[in-house]
Design a protein around this ligand. Structure first.
Ligand code: 5GP
Ligand code: ZN
Length: 109
């Protein structure tokens, strides 16, 4: 079982920001910004590349709720998902990195 599935099962502790029946948001163990939250579906999908679009629609709504709870919708934030080897993905369970709480800087040049 993958590490994020273990987090979903409660076998590995996490600092939960928000949770519902289908999704979980928790602090990254090694934060790269003041706010660094990981948002995952509870069901295992290897990456964004294989998530059914209808589930992604629900996940979008959940991500909005996380950003609201963190009160960063006005100040802004960055949402990243790494996909596969070339995308630099380390944990093969779909997750979005939500970064904010400060200016996170330019990413794409
Ligand atoms: P990736 O490189 O796959 O996009 O990102 C994986 C992220 O998962 C990294 O930012 C890493 O710090 C985080 N991470 C890895 N293991 C754990 C863990 O056990 N708990 C938490 N909260 N984050 C983890
Ligand atoms: Zn998993």
């Amino acid at each position: 079982m993958c590490i994020f599935c273990k987090i979903v099962k409660g076998e590995i502790p996490n600092q939960t920001i928000l949770e519902d029946e289908d999704f979980l948001a928790f602090n990254d163990i090694n934060p790269s910004r003041k706010i660094h939250v990981l948002i995952i579906p509870k069901e295992h999908y290897d990456s964004f590349d294989v998530i059914p679009p209808k589930i992604m629609a629900n996940m979008t709504e959940f991500i909005h709720k996380v950003a609201s709870k963190l009160d960063i919708r006005k100040s802004g934030y960055r949402l990243i998902t790494n996909i596969g080897n070339d995308g630099g993905q380390e944990v093969a369970h779909l997750h979005f990195h939500l970064l904010g709480g400060e200016e996170v800087g330019r990413l794409v040049r």
